[in-house]
Write a protein that binds this ligand. Structure first.
Ligand code: ZN
Ligand code: ZN
Length: 368
């Protein structure tokens, strides 16, 4: 199959003919119909995520939807021809987080970085062994071989470009609001950075019935997207005054919830400063390798909560179909988030555009 291989950070991915071994008994082979260019891929490409956790060369890609091509002997819930959204976080179904309703924190697969869920590597370019991303998902390719728990069937008619977004950005952003923070109707919300995850958090806040949804970014075009998707206020933080402006919009108190949707220690700190006493700052974006977030020692008197959010605290089998329904009844806008689609050969253009902050979301269609 054809796949985009990243050999070195800050160099273009190369489109190569590679082999992929699978599916094993517990796995599903999926033809990738659409896959998103996400900041988590970009951080590996531009080297902000580096070191032993992100071994190269690698086939990236972790936000995708596709068509089941082949299933392993033990797979019952999907068959060839089924449409699926892929979860980048497979779960074992047996460990403590899995059986207590937190499958996104599954610790049943203790596989090293760069490997599939079972610890193997299955992609090869000639004799060269390639690393995988997303526990083997590696969707910047024509085919993706995944653990069966990661194949979430969609039995409704939805464009695969819209479905793909649910696999990462939309689940992460909407889930941060509905699952992780459990924002209640009438609450006030600020969302810092309105890329794919942030725009989804804005939509999640609208779904939750937030009274004020304040979008913060340094790019006016992204703030424009945010307003179209439900933000009630938009603040351009190019001058660094966003926290002061949020306090002004909330009678000097701060918002109930603030979301860091980019992953930067300074932005995380702004979220902390922007929430009211007793409020909650949710850190959704993952910062560059090695960064720490500073929290003031006044936290006891402020009784603020800082919490992390991985993958929107998702239970994929429950949440993905729910998001599909929200899309189908018009309450979740996904088509508007797709700014441009690219062929696999054009994949580097998608990330160049991301680097320039141009797209709400760029999507790659590897089999088009
Ligand atoms: Zn992602
Ligand atoms: Zn588990």
């Amino acid at each position: 199959m054809r796949a985009a291989v990243l050999y070195e950070a800050n160099t273009p991915m190369q489109i190569e003919d590679v082999t992929l071994e699978g599916p094993k008994d517990d796995e599903v082979l999926v033809r990738v119909d659409a896959t998103g260019a996400c900041h988590s891929d970009y951080h590996v490409i531009d080297g902000t995520w580096n070191g032993p956790r992100y071994p190269l060369p690698v086939i990236l890609g972790h936000e995708a939807a596709g068509t089941v091509e082949k299933v392993g002997a033990d797979v019952r819930h999907v068959r060839p021809g089924d449409k699926v959204i892929i979860s980048f976080s497979p779960n074992c179904g047996r460990c403590r987080p899995c059986v207590t309703g937190q499958p996104h924190l599954c610790n049943g697969f203790r596989s090293p970085p760069g490997t599939f869920w079972d610890g193997t590597k299955r992609h090869r370019k000639g004799s060269l062994e390639l690393n995988a991303f997303g526990r083997g998902m590696s969707s910047f390719a024509e085919l993706s071989c995944i653990h069966q728990s990661a194949a979430i069937k969609i039995d409704r008619d939805i464009p695969m470009t819209a479905a793909a977004l649910i696999g990462c950005a939309v689940m992460t952003g909407v889930g941060a609001v509905l699952n992780t923070a459990k924002v209640e109707p009438g609450a006030t919300v600020a969302v810092f950075a309105t890329g794919g995850v942030g725009l989804s958090a804005v939509q999640g806040a609208a779904l939750a019935g937030a009274s004020k949804i304040i979008a913060v970014d340094v790019k006016d075009n992204k703030l424009e997207y945010a307003k179209q998707l439900g933000a009630t206020h938009a603040i351009n933080d190019a001058d660094g005054e966003a926290v002061a402006e949020i306090l002004e919009l909330t009678d000097g108190e701060g918002v109930d919830y603030a979301f860091d949707a980019i992953g930067d220690s300074r932005v995380s700190r702004k979220c902390y400063d922007a929430v009211r006493r007793g409020g909650t700052a949710v850190i959704v974006g993952m910062a560059p390798t090695g960064q720490e977030i500073s929290i003031p020692s006044t936290i006891p008197g402020e009784e603020k909560t800082v919490r992390g959010c991985f993958y929107g605290s998702t239970r994929p089998a429950v949440d993905f179909p729910r998001l599909v329904d929200f899309y189908l009844n018009g309450r979740l806008k996904l088509d508007q988030m797709v700014t441009k689609t690219y062929k696999l050969d054009e994949i580097n253009e998608a990330f160049d555009a991301m680097g320039r902050g141009e797209n709400a979301r760029g999507l790659i269609t590897p089999n088009a």
